[in-house]
Design a protein around this ligand. Structure first.
Ligand SMILES: [Fe+2]
Length: 147
């Protein structure tokens, strides 16, 4: 397959944003306090483990279509648009971070999806379709949590 730099560039954007999202989740997992500690501590761990798998899929997809996945913190911080979130310990504040990060990521996933669909890159479209489904589900659940 011929390298499509628009797609690999956008995938690197998504990869960098996912790394920030991953580290935001680690922070939430470590810093959460209060009577929902056990539920949220475990939920954040589940989410960062899922995010780690997505990160690996994105990087390997970039390689499959001839690109080069970013792999250093310094590059990620330059490329990512998602902001680092630090020192959040409140339950609803933390859930709000997950929700906002997820809504943002969904937008980038949709952009990659459109580029890939336009280029006939079915493999990337399939990966993005899965991500759209799981991200929409996460958004629904966290909206329900916040009532
Ligand atoms: Fe832990």
């Amino acid at each position: 397959m011929k390298t499509n730099e628009k797609i690999t560039g956008k995938l690197n954007q998504l990869l960098a944003d996912y790394q920030i999202y991953y580290q935001n989740l680690r922070g939430l997992h470590w810093n959460v306090k209060g009577n929902l500690f056990f539920a949220l501590h475990a939920k954040y761990e589940e989410l960062y483990n899922e995010a780690a798998e997505v990160i690996d899929e994105l990087a390997e997809r970039i390689l499959m279509i001839g690109g080069k996945p970013q792999h250093s913190f310094s590059e990620y911080l330059k490329t990512a648009a998602l902001k680092e979130v630090v020192n959040v310990s409140g339950a609803s504040e933390g859930v709000q971070v997950v929700l906002e990060n997820s809504r943002y990521l969904l937008g980038v996933v949709r952009e990659v999806n459109e580029l890939a669909a336009g280029a006939g890159d079915e493999g990337t479209v399939a990966l993005m379709s899965d991500l759209i489904g799981t991200t929409e589900k996460r958004i629904w659940m966290f909206e329900a949590y916040l009532g």
